[in-house]
Design a protein around this ligand. Structure first.
Ligand SMILES: [Ca+2]
Ligand SMILES: [Ca+2]
Length: 412
């Protein structure tokens, strides 16, 4: 009897420990990383859960990236259905202390809570998604030709861009240039001239906030033609290519409704861009007549554009004309399905056939009577390359030897 009695007593005391102690004293949570950055994924993990979670209601102490609510409920409804609510991820949109607590509804009607605990967010990081990638043009450069590399996928300001061009450049140029932003340079592009031909693997890391992001390397092939010593010099012959002079400056403009077209509405660089369209029944145009040197070995126009339209296709148009002729491939339908949701870089217009002239380069839109469309233009480049060697050698590119292919490019 006494032995039996002891046994009963032990059983009861164990039972008290396991089930009679209030569960709320046991529920807790941890998070990782301990001191997260803005925009960094913070994983909260519940410990001491004493049943099956039906819903977990988190009070985050601050809103999340993309406006995520400061109250988050993990439960049986989408998008949570089927998820294990013992873990929960969140990205904070701001720095400083966040008072975090959680309330659980448990299967069978019980509930439990933990917190508040303070999560201290570091004053660094960003909600901006940073996925840098590299593009470049021209696609098949020669030795000594200017290659323009562009960083895509980094909407935030870059604090530093570190390149590895994969080979030495002309004049012994460092193959690992670094760019720190200035008033004139946002570091989102980098020019380089290769001193040799062959395949070059180009790498890039960018620093945004205190984070470093690495782009996937790209391989470009430099043709074994051309040379650094040829002394080809290239310049952008457009004045105010970023429209930073505002209206009434280097660009001529005309709006059928009498609007100023160079505005501060949607700059890609600096403060200004050209805003064409933007109202119904409008014909907008901006233009320049830049000189293209008679000795040019290349003359290429490119620009950044943003299509924003509420219309269906076929009614609102935009594009580029050269001396009044539509540039092939640069005539845009401005409509819902061609919206670019931001600036994109154009293809190149080959203007070498205009060497020795001052062609009129014109950007335009026309809109009809309903459903408005806009075409924004910024950062136009008409890069004209001219040999920088004495006059008696300027035809050494083959013009005099009968190879006229470089001089007879198709008219846009
Ligand atoms: Ca600009
Ligand atoms: Ca329209």
């Amino acid at each position: 009897m006494r032995l039996s009695g002891y046994a009963v007593a032990i059983t009861v005391s164990i039972g008290v420990v396991l089930s009679a102690t209030p569960a709320s004293a046991q529920l807790d949570f941890t998070w990782s990383p301990v001191v997260p950055e803005i925009g960094e994924t913070v994983v909260f993990t519940l410990t001491g859960v004493t049943g099956t979670i039906e819903t977990a209601t988190w009070t985050m102490g601050g809103i999340g990236c993309d406006g995520a609510s400061a109250t988050q409920i993990c439960g049986p409804l989408p998008p949570w259905s089927g998820e294990d609510c013992s873990q929960f991820s969140f990205k904070y949109a701001s720095a400083g202390p966040k008072s975090v607590s959680v309330i659980l509804d448990l299967a069978g009607g019980g509930n439990d809570s933990a917190g508040p605990l303070t999560v201290n967010l570091a004053n660094s990081g960003s909600c901006d998604v940073v996925t840098p990638s590299i593009s470049y043009r021209p696609s098949n450069p020669d030795i000594g030709e200017n290659v323009l590399f562009t960083i895509n996928g980094v909407p935030a300001d870059i604090d530093k861009a570190s390149w590895n061009m994969g080979a030495i450049g002309c004049d012994g140029a460092d193959p690992t240039p670094e760019c720190f932003p200035s008033l004139w340079n946002d570091c989102k592009s980098q020019a380089f001239k290769y001193a040799s031909g062959g395949d070059k693997t180009v790498g890039l890391t960018v620093e945004v906030g205190s984070n470093t992001f690495t782009a996937d390397p790209v391989v470009l092939t430099v043709a074994w033609s051309g040379s650094c010593s040829g002394g080809v010099g290239c310049t952008n012959v457009l004045l105010e290519p970023g429209f930073e002079g505002g209206s009434g400056s280097a660009w001529s403009e005309n709006s059928s409704n009498g609007y100023f077209l160079i505005t501060m509405n949607r700059p890609r660089s600096g403060s200004f861009s050209a805003w064409l369209g933007g109202i119904d029944n409008e014909v907008s145009s901006v233009w320049q007549v830049p000189p293209i040197d008679a000795l040019a070995t290349s003359a290429t126009l490119s620009y950044w554009y943003w299509i924003e339209s509420e219309d269906i296709c076929e009614y609102d148009k935009g594009g580029v004309t050269v001396n009044g002729l539509l540039a092939r491939g640069h005539d845009f339908d401005l409509c819902l399905s061609t919206n670019t949701s931001g600036y994109v870089q154009s293809e190149i217009v080959d203007l070498l056939p205009y060497a020795g002239t001052t062609p009129e380069i014109l950007f335009f839109t026309t809109t009809d009577s309903s459903d408005v469309s806009s075409l924004y233009i910024d950062d136009a480049i008409l890069e004209v390359c001219v040999p920088g060697i004495p006059g008696d050698q300027v035809f050494s590119d083959g013009f005099e030897s009968g190879d006229v292919s470089a001089w007879s490019s198709t008219v846009p």
